[in-house]
Design a protein around this ligand. Structure first.
Ligand SMILES: CC(C)(COP(=O)(O)OP(=O)(O)OC[C@H]1O[C@@H](n2cnc3c(N)ncnc32)[C@H](O)[C@@H]1OP(=O)(O)O)[C@@H](O)C(=O)NCCC(=O)NCCS
Length: 176
């Protein structure tokens, strides 16, 4: 895949920066967002794991032309975020979360729709994401959006906790 097609410096970036409603904006992250994303990841996603998405790593992802880091922002600051890496055929959602007090309001769905739309325009065939096997909320969320559990990965997290891998064909996006 031509990474420039999803690079944050291309005109695609402005096409997909959109106002979801009066209170929620979805936009590409800047370096200023890195710390908030990293802290949210530590608290809400990587709890009980070694903190790997520290601010420097998030910052590198923001700078990477083959990765999109997107944030949902409201009057109340950053409400959610997603990090998607693009390979030849697969777009991999590597980090995704919504602030705990703002869940079940459609913010995760709006972020995912943004990322899926970019992946579709970029021409990848499949979307992939993993979650902890015990994360019933995330599993329900991805199933709700047409993702299929493709495999259980034993000891995916810190060699102790199983993961679940989800996949979705981009062609299936029109159906969800
Ligand atoms: C998974 C997550 C991103 C969902 O974000 P969200 O903004 O709450 O999702 P939405 O409001 O768009 O939910 C859309 C639908 O997904 C399903 N869903 C979402 N969270 C769910 C939950 N906890 N239990 C059951 N179904 C759920 C529902 O069908 C929901 O629609 P409904 O609210 O009308 O019933 C959020 O719960 C989260 O950040 N969890 C912690 C981090 C995490 O697990 N990240 C993903 C794995 S790395």
């Amino acid at each position: 895949m031509n990474s420039q097609r999803v690079g944050r410096n291309t005109s695609l970036s402005s096409i997909f920066r959109h106002l979801v409603n009066d209170h929620l904006i979805i936009r590409l992250a800047t370096r200023k967002d890195a710390e908030a994303i990293a802290l949210e990841s530590m608290a809400e996603i990587e709890h009980n794991l070694e903190w790997s998405w520290h601010p420097l790593r998030v910052g590198r992802a923001i700078d990477d032309p083959n990765t999109n880091v997107v944030v949902a922002v409201g009057g109340n600051g950053m409400l959610g975020f997603g990090i998607m890496e693009y390979e030849e055929e697969v777009a991999h959602l590597v980090l995704f979360g919504v602030r705990e007090d703002m869940r079940r309001r459609g913010i995760g769905s709006a972020l995912l729709a943004w990322l899926e739309k970019v992946a579709s325009v970029a021409g990848v065939g499949r979307l992939r994401v993993e979650a902890r096997r015990t994360n019933a909320g995330a599993r329900a969320f991805y199933r709700r959006h047409g993702y299929v559990e493709s495999e259980i990965v034993p000891a995916m997290y810190l060699s102790t906790e199983d993961g679940v891998r989800f996949e979705k064909a981009v062609a299936a996006m029109k159906e969800t």
